[in-house]
Design a protein around this ligand. Structure first.
Ligand code: GLN
Length: 483
């Protein structure tokens, strides 16, 4: 069945002319139309546009063009601009907005022959950990539709996990690619900050945001990362490095790697079922010749609080552009100040307003030093501590999430508890480090993820290690029970 194949396999089918691009795209759209009403991964799909573009790609192939992603259907998180699709960011404040230009990542994958089938659900403006903050509806976890898929790139994860598409793009500001990947049994990769252009990604926390792929294998994650990375003059924080190199992926091994496991990320906060799978993975790594050592990283205890000052501060500034005048629907009120206040008050959701208020507060005169400057100091300490660890170790390893997917609407996870779930993913964003989540097993039938993080710029080495780990993890090929 075409919908069970990886992106790498689809590309080679097209190359061998064993399947056409329209045939592949139709199979994925048919599956999406059948199963998405149950899982709700998508905010919009456009079968006609996808088919039209599939035919164009097929024509180019027939003329002899070599397109490295020809025939790969892709879902795009709905905070990334793609011409032809409305973009809501999961918010009522952008309902009906049509972006006038493509994000660099969209431009790149489309020029390589990938076909965008639709825009995936997310927590409003990527603020959340469960996908329940979408203004429209929550997406459902294919491993158990009564549970959350994780967030904020929840729709992207669901689309890949339920085999509507082989790959999706998400954005990761504090874990939003890796968290839903872990909860849905997928691979989620956050590249080094600056390796993938943020041009066309609606900014949440600009010093933290990075686009990354969600896939069912490390090979596909590497294939897509190679396609979307590389310097972009339109993003001032883009690194000058060449694109991520995919070709050496399978040459890696765990033998001889030195891996640190911070005690702060494997303590009481982590569920016992997750800890026992984590211990088993450590043994598997050691069997393959890796050297694993438990270490103390005291700065990690301040990671979550540091992030939840800096990210809202940046968000409060970034979201100022949604003023009820320039974009989206308007709530009419006398005067432009009134109109801005009414539009933002009525059309932003609760979590977004909360973060704008927190962000504005920590940046305000009188509190700036106590909160924002202090958080930046903690950020610098944390980064310095990681850099010190990376002098002795290749990678840092932890679980991705302290919890498996929990029931939708679960009141055991209040706003603060949800934020604490980001404990293991946030450090990579604060440091700009590349970080990947890969599945390591099931706890009571629900997927558990491992998070491997490396020094800035070591994306290829990290992907190679993840590929080697995936071969030992005994998870490849496992699928949600009902799909
Ligand atoms: N859960 C984190 C937050 O709510 C991370 C979100 C993200 O990475 N976009 O901010």
């Amino acid at each position: 069945m075409l919908t069970r194949l990886s992106a790498a396999d689809l590309v080679s089918l097209v190359k061998k002319k064993s399947a056409s691009v329209p045939e592949i795209v139709i199979a994925h759209i048919e599956r999406t139309l059948t199963v998405d009403p149950q899982y709700r991964a998508f905010l919009s799909i456009d079968p006609d546009l996808a088919l039209k573009r599939a035919e164009e790609v097929q024509r180019k192939i027939d003329l002899g063009e070599d397109l490295p992603l020809a025939g790969v259907p892709v879902a795009i998180k709905d905070n990334i601009s793609a011409v032809g699709f409305p973009m809501t960011c999961g918010s009522r404040i952008l309902k009906g907005y049509q972006p006038p230009y493509d994000a660099t990542v969209v431009e790149r994958i489309e020029s390589m022959g990938a076909i965008i089938v639709g825009k995936a659900n997310l927590d409003e403006f990527a603020m959340g950990t469960t996908c329940e903050n979408s203004a429209f509806f929550p997406s459902r976890n294919p491993w158990d539709p009564a549970r959350v898929p994780g967030g904020s790139s929840g729709g992207s994860a669901v689309a890949v996990s339920a085999e509507m598409v082989p790959v999706a793009l998400g954005s990761d500001t504090g874990g939003s690619v890796r968290m839903p990947a872990a909860l849905c049994g997928l691979v989620g990769f956050k590249p080094t900050y600056g390796r993938v252009s943020r041009y066309g990604l609606v900014a949440y926390g600009s010093s933290l945001d990075q686009i990354g792929p969600l896939t069912r294998s490390v090979e596909d994650a590497s294939l897509i990362a190679a396609a979307i990375s590389g310097h972009d003059p339109r993003d001032s924080t883009s690194r000058p490095d060449p694109p991520i190199e995919h070709s050496g992926l399978k040459s890696g091994s765990l033998a001889g790697l030195r891996i640190a496991v911070p005690r702060e990320l494997t303590g009481d906060a982590v569920e016992p079922g997750i800890l026992s799978l984590f211990q088993k993975s450590i043994q598997d790594f050691e069997k393959e010749g890796a050297h694993i050592e438990s270490i103390d990283m005291p700065s990690l205890q301040f990671g979550v609080s540091t992030y939840y000052v800096i990210a809202p501060a940046e968000a409060s500034s970034n979201l100022a552009r949604f003023d009820g005048i320039r974009y989206g629907p308007q709530v009419k009120a006398p005067g432009h100040v009134g109109q801005t206040a009414m539009t933002r008050g009525q059309l932003f959701g609760h979590e977004v307003k909360l973060r704008i208020m927190v962000g504005t507060y920590v940046l305000s005169a009188g509190y700036y030093d106590d909160y924002y400057v202090n958080a930046q100091r903690h950020r610098a300490n944390l980064v310095a501590e990681f850099e010190k660890v990376f002098q002795d170790f290749d990678f840092v390893l932890s679980p991705t999430s302290p919890s498996v997917a929990f029931p939708l609407g679960s009141d055991t996870h209040d706003s603060l508890a949800l934020k604490l779930l980001d404990l293991c993913t946030i450090p990579a964003n604060l440091g700009g480090f590349p970080s990947i989540s890969l599945p390591c097993g099931l706890s009571d039938g629900l997927p558990v993820g491992l998070c491997l993080t490396g020094p800035v710029g070591t994306d290829e080495k990290l992907l190679k290690a993840a590929y080697a780990a995936e071969q030992t993890a005994d998870f490849l090929g496992q699928r949600p029970p009902e799909i």
